[in-house]
Design a protein around this ligand. Sequence first.
Ligand code: FE2
Length: 246
Amino acid sequence: MIDIHTHILPCIDDGARDAETAVTMLRMMKAQGVDLIGATPHYYCLDCTPEEHRANAEKAYGTLMYSWENAAGERAAELPEIRIGAEIYLAESLQAVEKPELLKISGTDLMLFELPFTGFTRWIPAVTELVAAKAKGRPLFAHIDRYIHLYGRRVMDALEALPGAAFQFNSDAFDDRAVLKYMYSLIDRGYAVFFASDCHGAHRRPPDLGERLPVLEKKLTKKFSAEVYAEIVQRQYSLLNSDSAA
Ligand SMILES: [Fe+2]
């Protein structure tokens, strides 16, 4: 199971507040059957450069691994694979950022973009396209479930038209009928979709994909078929090995 969007890295954003919390989160994910984690701390282009973000994320990953090894002892090697990336806040000024490729989820072409909650959205598709092209990446829109009522059809059409666009849904929206309707329509039209907990802590917004995904799997299998669900998952794994630079 892939949890592509998490805030598991300690002391870097509003996610895991310390290494102990991060270890607990990692333990929870492992127990739930997650085998691949996207560690995607928030990135705001006005706060730091992609190089600084990457260095901070790697340092936080080092802290997590050190604490994990101490806590897990001889079973420390049995842990989900962790890919470092970013949840990149989309701002107009992102166009000017150098080396945006450092924000991709490692080993992939995926750039997890967080769309803004602003009323004025006309610039969004153009800026996304520009930044993704500069990084030789493909956009993966974080928790798209939050925007379907917010953005007009025109903007959604433009996002869907971007080269390689993929869409991520948060586990807390798996029961929402309108969200499911949109998810089904994306799958029907051949888009790649990802699922995630977007977890921020061990108690507040905890990792819950292992509990929530089987419920969604049932719905998707019923709506489509077991084969289609297997194809969705297979595609996720192949996109996680999609680094064109590798
Ligand atoms: Fe997030």
